[in-house]
Design a protein around this ligand. Structure first.
Ligand code: PLP
Length: 400
């Protein structure tokens, strides 16, 4: 079908929730995507930090093909082997004792919110409020958009669920004051890096202090690792950079290498609060999704992929740092293969991302006027050089 017809059908039929770029991809290979006209694009976006193994990655494709020949779906009232293997591999070597599997980041966060509430409900403590950070992003279901500390995602959908509070990000005094003034707070819920709002890493001191505060108050620390988990930062989970021990984490995006699968991982004593009937999902933890995720987890554990993320992350960061010579580059920041360039108001991030796209490079315009880079973990030095050279050329020709 030609692209005009695809666009026509989309305009007629799909709910108008996405501001689409005028490209339709047909397939991918390695770290490149190809459109309906056969044009190639180097991918520094990874389907929003999802396609961690690039495209047409043989072990992932083979696992999906082989599993789909055996069993695609089975109800969670029965056991399935890929699910058992995935949970074991995910939890191995962590402080978490149990996992709940679902299909998206928002669902994993919903599971975490419900688990926090059930944990305190079961211990008859009147603690149910979830404290999150301003500028955070936790998803688009009603509870997770309420947890999200950005009014633009909430306003049209009122009334919102009760029991969500927000404090400024990376401001420990504000966090402490809020926690100390409200005995109903059950959990502090944070991202290790605020991805959607412009790749803003949590400060080391802040997270360490937040962790100690949670411990001293008997409340839970939940980390939303939907974007930072599964190797994105060069470690399996983002929190490993900080030496804290969260009670619950959520992972999604990279977990299935593109296949929809997500997880909420919790310490045993907290996970035990969930009893049969408290939570569930028809599709969550299906054998096909688990077979795909098992490939990602095994690649991260048994190959040099994680150290490659760290190495390429450092290289990408170094190349982006060179762009600070332009006065409109306000900041360059990130961890591993989640990096950003923040621009001053004189330059619009979406326009720069558009210019990069026309040069054959996919980068993303994120919050706070940033350009976000979240390439597959298989990205190479030469590909980073090509992208950084193209961006440098655009910046050099920008007349401001
Ligand atoms: N949490 C974080 C940190 C995210 O970055 C996202 C998505 O961008 C979500 C939650 C929501 O994930 P999903 O879109 O899979 O529901």
């Amino acid at each position: 079908m030609d692209f005009t017809k695809i666009k026509e059908l989309d305009a007629k039929n799909y709910m108008n929730v996405f501001a689409r770029q005028h490209i339709c991809f047909t397939h991918g290979e390695g770290n490149k995507l190809y459109d309906t006209y056969g044009n190639a694009y180097m991918d520094f976006f990874g389907g929003i930090a999802v396609n961690c193994l690039g495209y047409n990655y043989p072990p992932l494709v083979n696992a999906i093909v082989e599993q789909s020949k055996k069993l695609i779906h089975i109800s969670n009232i029965f056991y399935n082997e890929p699910q058992a293997l995935l949970c074991d591999a995910l939890l191995e070597g962590t402080m978490f004792g149990r996992a709940f599997l679902c299909n998206s980041g928002a669902e994993a966060n919903e599971a975490a919110i419900k688990l926090v509430r059930k944990y305190f409900y079961a211990s008859a403590k009147k603690k149910f409020k979830i404290l999150t950070a301003l500028d955070s992003f936790h998803g688009r279901t009603l509870a997770t958009l309420t947890a999200t500390g950005q009014e633009k995602y909430q306003k049209p959908f009122a009334p919102l669920p009760e029991g969500f509070l927000h404090v400024p990000f990376n401001d420990f005094e504000a966090l402490k004051a809020r926690v100390n003034s409200d005995d109903e707070i059950a959990a502090v819920f944070l991202e290790c890096v605020q991805g959607e709002s412009g790749v803003r890493p949590v400060d080391y001191e802040y997270l360490i202090n937040a962790y100690a505060l949670c411990k001293s108050k008997g409340i839970l620390l939940v980390l939303d690792e939907v974007q930072t988990g599964m190797g994105r930062t060069g470690k399996m989970f983002g929190f490993e950079h900080y030496g804290v021990q969260p009670d619950i984490i959520t992972v999604a995006k990279g977990l299935g290498g593109g296949f929809p699968v997500a997880a909420c991982l919790a310490r045993n004593e907290i996970a035990d609060a969930f009893k049969p009937g408290d939570h569930g999902s028809t599709f969550g933890g299906g054998p096909l999704a688990c077979a795909a995720a098992l490939v990602v987890v095994n690649e991260l554990k048994n190959t040099p992929l994680l150290s490659q993320v760290e190495k390429m992350g450092r290289y990408l960061s170094a190349r982006l740092m060179k762009l600070r010579k332009y006065k409109f580059v306000k900041d360059v920041r990130g961890i591993g293969l989640l990096q950003a360039v923040e621009l001053s108001k004189s330059l619009k991030n979406a326009e720069i991302a558009g210019k990069m796209l026309s040069k054959g490079f996919i980068i993303n315009a994120a919050g706070h006027n940033t350009l976000r880079f979240a390439p597959p973990y298989t990205i190479t030095k030469a590909e980073i050089d090509a992208m950084a050279d193209a961006l440098n050329e655009i910046f050099a020709s920008t007349n401001i």
